[in-house]
Ligand binder design. Sequence first.
Ligand SMILES: Cc1ncc(COP(=O)(O)O)c(C=O)c1O
Length: 328
Amino acid sequence: MWTNTQDKALQARAQRVMPGGMYGHESTRLLPADFPQFFQRAQGTRLWDVDGNEYIDYMCAFGPNLLGYGHEAVEAAARAQAHRGDTMTGPSDAMVRLAELFVDTVSHADWAMFCKNGTDATAMALVCARAHRQRRKVLLAQGAYHGAAPWCMPQAAGSTPEDRAHIIPFRYNDLDSLAAAVELADNDLAGIFATPFRHEAFSDQYLPGADYARAVRRVCDERDALLVVDDVRAGFRMARDCSWSATPTTSNASWTRVSCCVMGCMRKLPATVSRCVRPAPCRCPRSFSRTTPICALGMHGPRLPYAAGFICIHTTTCSSMRRSRPRT
Ligand SMILES: Cc1ncc(COP(=O)(O)O)c(C=O)c1O
């Protein structure tokens, strides 16, 4: 007989010791009453809640789980790295190897930076945008989620007007709204955060129109501002490069001028497997067929709490941060 008594008991205990019983997007508060809050184990595509009920995990752990739970090659790589050293005083060689792999893989990337989560990655992109030309204004699409930091979190509680003083909202996929926001930023426009596709919770998802995507690219070029594509949710799913490079929205030629592509969902890195396990027609770049498993999980610890993020920076348009190594 189906039951959720263990889950309900845990929820009651959690209420006493954790804000709201669970906080952030993993809270099931807005979901149907019987939706499980706590899970016991997972394998492949399946999840079991604390009452032993089995589910197919269409959520893929909110995205990071590209290869399924307990994937043998991924687990072996994580174990091997943990055995070498976990949370060491400094980074391991894996960090350099992984940065090389990303720079080789993402065609517009000159640099890769690693962060412990997506919020850190988007915050770093914000800093890059402002540092680039010493400007302040940043455009964010209304409703688009970029993390839980005062400058971008969806709810206002806990942030001040000063935190968002230089954030200008605009309506996603709306050329007039974009133009008005750009005018408002005037000559202080640091960057525009673009969301690869509309993916807010509780609303329909859709790709941006081609005119809109081209306009964002054009405005950034004209104003010498950074186009930041927050690929934390979509990275490596819609395209190996930036998500917009896979859609008819922007030509590859213009895309190579991207300034900052924020990616995430790296808890279990696809690069940890020695070959691509995706079904055809997967077009893996050669770098993904390397035989040596690469594992970056030892940078901070083999079990990051949630999706780690990384950002790829195209330094040609980011001259203030240009490095000496020529692009190949
Ligand atoms: C598009 C997008 N950007 C940024 C974030 C923040 O990532 P994290 O929760 O790892 O801080 C998320 C998280 O869901 C996201 O969906």
